[in-house]
Ligand binder design. Structure first.
Ligand SMILES: Cc1cc2nc3c(=O)[nH]c(=O)nc-3n(C[C@H](O)[C@H](O)[C@H](O)COP(=O)(O)O)c2cc1C
Length: 56
């Protein structure tokens, strides 16, 4: 559930998007092109995500 406060934070700020390999190695990147769509979905614009997009 993405509440109103979370939506505002997502819209106004650079966010950090974290993914992980299957064996638990984390990868965290800054993302600016982020918009909440509704109460359960977030739009992320992939311009230059490399490791983030890879399957481990
Ligand atoms: C302030 C800031 C905002 C960024 N916003 C985005 C974004 O919205 N979408 C995107 O694809 N890359 C964005 N980037 C670039 C990614 O963070 C960068 O390409 C990242 O190194 C990709 O790493 P990865 O190879 O681990 O996935 C942004 C970078 C900075 C510094």
């Amino acid at each position: 559930m993405i509440d109103a406060e979370m939506k505002e934070v997502l819209s106004r700020n650079i966010c950090y998007f974290a993914t992980s390999t299957k064996d638990g190695k984390p990868n965290v990147i800054p993302v600016g092109l982020v918009e909440p769509i509704d109460d359960s979905r977030i739009l992320l614009v992939d311009v230059k995500m490399n490791k983030t997009r890879k399957k481990s």
